[in-house]
Design a protein around this ligand. Structure first.
Ligand code: SF4
Ligand code: FES
Length: 248
């Protein structure tokens, strides 16, 4: 395939960025999107030019590092895949592909396509833990009966990889889907009850402090989420938050 790439280039958080156009040839359908960018960067390096910076680590859809806005969609045109799992067979010869960083006030650009998502780390640190004693005298997990539906829902919420696509997809740059997944994975389990009240209050407070917008129930986050995190988690977060406020 021969492709035209329009890529956001920006030297650092304080510089003004701009789109730059590149032509690339010899791209195979079974290459991943990141492998296509590797080919581009090898060519740039060989010409003595600065390669395009982009985030990646596992390249297996697990770590949540890869974060590209591709033709206006976080993680590109396919559903339930991260950018590293997106294959070039989803595009055709002659296509123009627009590649930008995830756009949100709370995700400032570090360089080119890399954004700073440490706001998510701070939300997680504010409440994403349990104080269950793990020093050798804990109960075997299987000894605590948990309703199958709750266990399944907690497991599904825990699938969130913190990629930030939900924020990038949202017209308000809301982090509600991410935060609700982190709250839900504990709220549904007995081990999560100890800090339940302070967890939801602290995580929502931190989310607001970071500058994320409010949820207006558009649902774009659920559609673009590569891990299928459901909007039901946002409803659960709202119930948990209301109940925490009533308890005072
Ligand atoms: S909820 Fe989905 S889109 Fe948002 S951070 Fe988690 S995995 Fe990524
Ligand atoms: S590089 Fe780890 S999820 Fe894409």
């Amino acid at each position: 395939m021969k492709l035209t790439l329009k890529i956001w280039r920006q030297d650092n958080a304080n510089s003004k960025g701009k789109m730059q156009t590149y032509s690339i040839e010899g791209i195979e359908g079974d290459m991943s999107f990141l492998e296509m960018l590797d080919v581009l960067n090898e060519g740039l390096i060989n010409k003595g030019e600065t390669p395009v910076e982009f985030d990646h680590d596992c390249r297996e859809g697990i770590c949540g590092s890869c974060s590209l806005q591709i033709n206006g969609e976080p993680h590109g045109p396919d559903r339930m895949v991260t950018t590293c799992q997106l294959h070039m067979r989803s595009f055709k010869d002659g296509d123009t592909i627009v590649i930008e960083p995830f756009r949100a006030k709370a995700f400032p650009v570090i360089k080119d396509l890399i954004v700073d998502r440490s706001a998510f780390d701070r939300i997680q640190q504010s409440g994403g833990y349990v104080s269950v004693n793990t020093s050798g005298n804990t109960l075997d997990a299987n000894a605590i009966p948990i309703n199958k539906q709750d266990a399944d829902s907690a497991f599904a919420a825990a699938a969130c990889i913190g990629c930030g696509a939900c924020v990038a997809a949202c017209k308000n740059a809301s982090a509600m889907l991410f935060t609700s997944a982190k709250v839900s994975q504990y709220a549904l389990l007995p081990q999560g009850q100890v800090e339940a009240t302070e967890r939801v209050e602290n995580m929502v407070r931190q989310m607001d402090l970071e500058g994320f917008g409010n949820c207006t129930n558009t649902g774009a986050c659920e559609i673009e989420c590569p891990k299928g995190i459901s909007l039901e988690n946002i409803a659960r977060l709202n119930r948990e938050f209301l109940s925490a406020n009533i308890k005072g």
